[in-house]
Design a protein around this ligand. Structure first.
Ligand code: PEP
Ligand code: MG
Length: 983
């Protein structure tokens, strides 16, 4: 395979589909030259293969010869030679990777000039100033980019020349001074590089090509690729193109043009143009440009030709194109085109408009595919207006949208300031539930520590509040913060952008968040595409959030973190009281209090999600998030002393303190050591559901046990849940004098007084994933808690790793993505796939979802769909993004067997744990009495477990499931008796 392709090379495939090889710019230049036959200055592309070979082994053997031959062809096409002393051809050498990386790599212009050819150019153009200005630019550019000489050395001389000439304008530096500058620049080159400035165009060309290859690994390019998740291995192509000059005279000019307005999406041309200027002048903004429409007056023939080109480009690319063009002495040249970048608003409008335009005929699937997560974020959340803000620190983009407010450093101060009507940004080292009132009051949250699944990130995201977390450069004290050499005191303005992680001192202007009408149209199409394939639910913990999630298109709640119901200042003590209770009486009181407040919350959530499933997770508070800080209390003890209440709290907090709270008393483990806790929550939930039924509602309840690691654990927890359901049903029966509400029966549904109830578990540990087959025997559904699953699979602390280590891991290429942001397909993903198929093998109708933060990440959603999951669940404001990404995943999978069907088929066909398990199950199914056990564990109020599950040895006896069912059947007294025994 050759390394070098002329722009008009006749490729077997459309060049625009060959961006891997030719890079984006090269592919589009080839498309314009070889397919569309547009007026493109000739040139050639050195492929990304060559760059990759160069990065691995240095300059490839035959590249030099190929470039030399391509150069000869180019010179023939132009009728001029590079370096010709009489009439030189000049070329540009530009980078061009597969994905656009604007301004991140290097370009060398005016290549081919030397001490002789500059005179030839002066004669040919009859413009000595132009020739020497071009040469000056070339020497400086070459020195900087190819030879690595600091640009300031050239700039300082140029500034001095301007001063000498008494002007501030580059264009007014006279020719003699330009000649002098060329000389001086060459001296700098010789002094700094130890060799004279290369005069041979072949040497110049090779130097420039190598410099562009090397710029692929320059710090700017690497940082950009990291942000955009572009693989570092792709390499860049290099485009060598004959130069044309828009600055020859007043019959020349240059401009950029879009085939539609990239800001609004409105039809009609859009762009800027300058007479007698070079491309950089338009971009640099040193001269006031004219609108493209002005061309009609100044260059009518060119204008007509350009409009024809635009028309052809849109028809050909079936999209809005962005172009650069030059007019050289009345002749139009197209320098480049690409499918243009656009704002979110414009993207939505264009996508919808183009489905209606006969010349484009976009399908709905194509329209959906053209919208990105960024487009949706841009219309859903305010953003920083403009660019180039003075960023004092950068953190993780934890919750999208921008916020501007006065900095406050404690939740109380933030709340007080918001109460005075101020806009507030709460700045903390990290947050905990004690800060929630301040977070609630603030416009945005900024922390110095913590990762994407830290408390601050998860809570802010849930509320749709902008947040930047883990901005390590911040040095925060009680009343100020220092970063980037700037000190912000309490009350000073600060701006944060939760979509980019940027922190700026002062007030930055924001764009408004206003989804256009096309937003709902496109998402409606996305819903049609993903219907029956991948559901989208929301993680929401209040009625308000649930209503918001439904408005944004959620099809239920996939995770209601019940501990979040206790985040408020007044409610935190309720959970604390329960955790710290001393003795049965105190504990019972605390539980009763919890039940009352939770009941109201559940009513609100079930109401907001009426008719849709609501997955309520029983308490899973990592205790450290809910206990007072022992450090702070220790300080208080040593200084002002503690009240009796505080002393009690302090003693209790010390006794509950754990070295690894994330691996400690949380999830179902808390349920195990706090008997009655889960039963109380289920009672509250079922009472709420009953209230909704009485009000004519249709609650669909799913109860989820967190952090289980074994069948036994889940079976026990399930038993408590079933008993509590039965108690509520029995209460209902006795209060209606035995007239029971008819049960809604269905596969996998427990009877909760006529209410559909499913009982399932989260899969959050590698053990749970590995033992998913047996866990599924007691689960109607699985929901992957990929935050914890990632934490436990990697052994990375989800609260700490992003601050300290993650950037090092990403920089060194040890990880390609932050696994807390995008699911680690090879490790965590493998567990997800395995657990799904093990679970479904045990229980065909097992519903499987994900509710970790990955449920709102498009790349992860693509994976979850492929793994055959039924739904994803994410924070309410991510729901639109998840709807879009789910549809895009379906589109990407193409027609044929859907991943869900494939996953179910594979699960049905195989026993992934291996022969031992298969053998055990076969043995079990043959065991005497197996049928009987299975039958006895089936009832109207027991989940319809798979045959294998039901036939497992002692599935009733050992784990108590059938006992609980019997207890339920026997009525309230019996159920209480069972509960009593357990206690
Ligand atoms: C998870 O671990 O992914 C999860 C959803 O639970 P939490 O974040 O509340 O631990
Ligand atoms: Mg979890």
């Amino acid at each position: 395979m050759p390394y070098v392709f002329d722009f008009d090379h006749s490729h077997r495939r459309p060049p625009m589909e060959m961006k891997d090889l030719l890079g984006g710019k090269g592919a589009n230049l080839a498309e314009m030259s070889s397919v569309l036959d547009l007026p493109v200055p000739p040139g050639f592309t050195i492929s990304t293969d060559a760059c990759r070979a160069y990065m691995e082994h240095g300059w490839p053997d035959n590249l030099g010869a190929e470039v030399a031959r391509a150069r000869v062809r180019l010179e023939r096409a132009m009728g001029k030679e590079i370096g010709d002393p009489a009439d030189p051809l000049l070329v540009s050498v530009r980078s061009g990777g597969k994905f656009s990386m604007p301004g991140m790599m290097d370009t060398v212009l005016n290549l081919g000039l030397n001490d002789q050819s500059v005179e030839g150019l002066a004669k040919q153009t009859d413009d000595e100033r132009f020739a020497f200005d071009s040469y000056r630019r070339f020497v400086a550019m070459y020195g900087r980019i190819v030879l690595g000489i600091p640009g300031e050395e050239f700039d300082a001389l140029f500034d001095a020349a301007k001063e000498l000439a008494g002007t501030t304008s580059d264009a007014k530096v006279p020719t003699e001074l330009l000649r002098y500058l060329v000389d001086s620049y060459q001296q700098i080159v010789e002094r700094r590089s130890g060799a004279p400035f290369p005069q041979d165009p072949a040497d110049q060309l090779r130097g420039a090509i190598e410099a562009v290859f090397s710029s692929w690994n320059g710090p700017r390019a690497v940082a950009y690729r990291e942000r955009e998740h572009i693989p570092h291995t792709l390499g860049t192509a290099v485009n060598v193109q004959a130069m044309v000059f828009g600055n020859r005279d007043d019959r020349s000019g240059t401009g950029v043009g879009f085939t539609r307005d990239p800001a609004t999406g409105a039809q009609g041309i859009y762009g800027d143009f300058l007479v007698n200027a070079q491309g950089e002048d338009v971009v640099a903004g040193i001269r006031n440009t004219e609108p493209l429409s002005a061309l009609r007056r100044t260059f009518p023939a060119v204008y007509r030709e350009l409009m024809g080109v635009f028309e052809r480009l849109e028809r050909h690319y079936r999209d809005m194109c962005d172009t650069e063009f030059t007019i050289e002495q009345g002749k139009l040249w197209m320098l480049q085109t690409r499918v243009g970048k656009r704002t979110g608003r414009a993207a939505l409008k264009m996508a919808v408009d183009m489905t209606k335009e006969p010349k484009i005929r976009l399908s709905r699937a194509e329209a959906v595919s053209r919208i990105t997560e960024d487009h949706l974020s841009a219309v859903l959340h305010p953003q920083f207006a403009g660019k180039g803000h003075d960023v004092i620190a950068k953190g993780l983009a934890a919750s999208p949208g921008a916020a501007v407010g006065r900095a406050y450093f404690s939740a109380d101060d933030a709340q007080a300031a918001a109460g005075r009507g101020e806009h507030v940004v709460l700045v903390r080292n990290e947050t905990s539930p004690e800060d929630v009132h301040g977070m609630l009051a603030a416009d945005g949250v900024l922390t110095a520590r913590g990762g994407l699944v830290s408390h601050a990130a998860v809570v802010a995201r849930g509320w749709g509040k902008p947040a930047v977390v883990g901005a390590e450069a911040l040095r925060i004290t009680r009343h100020s913060v220092v970063a980037g050499g700037v000190t912000l005191s309490e009350g000073d303005w600060v701006s944060i952008d939760g979509s980019t992680g940027e922190v700026v001192a002062g007030k930055v202007e924001l764009t408004a968040a206003a989804p256009p009408a096309e937003f709902d149209v496109v998402l409606g199409w996305a819903d049609e595409i993903r219907k029956g394939e991948l559901g989208v639910r929301a993680n929401a913990d209040t009625g308000e959030d649930a209503a918001n999630a439904r408005r944004l298109g959620a099809e239920g709640i996939g995770l209601c973190r019940t501990e979040h119901m206790f985040l408020g200042e007044e409610r935190l003590p309720v959970v604390r009281k329960m955790i710290l209770a001393d003795g049965e009486e105190e504990e019972r009181e605390a539980l009763e209090h919890l039940r009352e407040v939770q009941r109201e919350d559940f009513v609100a959530i079930l109401d907001a999600m009426d008719g849709l499933p609501v997955t309520v997770r029983l308490l899973d508070p990592p205790l450290h998030e809910f206990l007072p800080s022992t450090e702070e209390l220790a300080i208080k003890e040593a200084t002002s002393g503690l009240s009796d209440e505080e002393r009690k709290l302090y003693d209790a907090a010390k006794s509950w303190q754990e070295a690894n709270p994330m691996l400690g008393t949380r999830g179902v483990r808390l349920g195990m050591i706090k008997p009655g806790l889960y039963a109380m929550q289920v009672r509250a939930l079922m009472e709420a559901a009953r209230e909704r039924v009485a009000a004519g509602g249709h609650p669909v309840v799913e109860i989820m046990i967190p952090l289980t690691v074994s069948r036994e654990e889940l079976a026990l927890a399930r038993r408590w849940v079933e008993e509590a359901i039965a108690e509520v049903a029995a209460d209902e029966a006795s209060s209606t004098n035995g007239r029971r509400t008819p049960a809604r029966r269905g596969r996998g549904s427990s009877n909760g007084a006529g209410i559909d109830v499913k009982i399932g578990t989260m899969i959050e540990t590698p053990r749970a994933a590995l033992r998913a087959g047996e866990i599924a025997e007691f689960a109607d559904f699985f929901s992957f808690g990929t935050n914890d699953l990632t934490q436990m699979t990697f052994g990375f602390s989800r609260d700490d790793v992003e601050g300290r280590m993650m950037s090092v891991y990403l920089d060194k290429g040890l990880l390609s993505r932050n696994p807390f942001e995008t699911v680690d397909v090879d490790g965590v993903g493998e567990l997800v796939r395995d657990a799904t198929s093990r679970g479904r093998e045990a229980r065909e109708d097992l519903k499987v979802g994900v509710c970790g933060e990955h449920g709102g990440d498009p790349a992860s959603i693509l994976f979850f769909y492929d793994a055959g999951l039924d739904y994803v669940s994410c924070s309410p404001y991510r729901v639109p993004v998840a709807r879009l990404a789910a549809a895009q995943a379906v589109i990407a999978a193409g027609s044929g067997e859907t991943p869900k069907r494939r996953a179910r088929r594979t699960a049905a066909a195989s026993a992934p744990i291996g022969t031992a398990r298969g053998a055990r199950q076969r043995a079990v199914s043959k065991a005497p009495g197996a049928r009987k056990t299975a039958a006895s564990s089936r009832s109207s109020s027991t989940p319809a477990r798979s045959k294998k599950a039901a036939k497992a040895p002692g599935s009733g006896r050992q784990l108590g499931a059938s006992r609980s069912v019997k207890a339920v059947r026997r009525g309230p007294g019996a159920a209480n008796g069972t509960r009593g025994k357990r206690r």
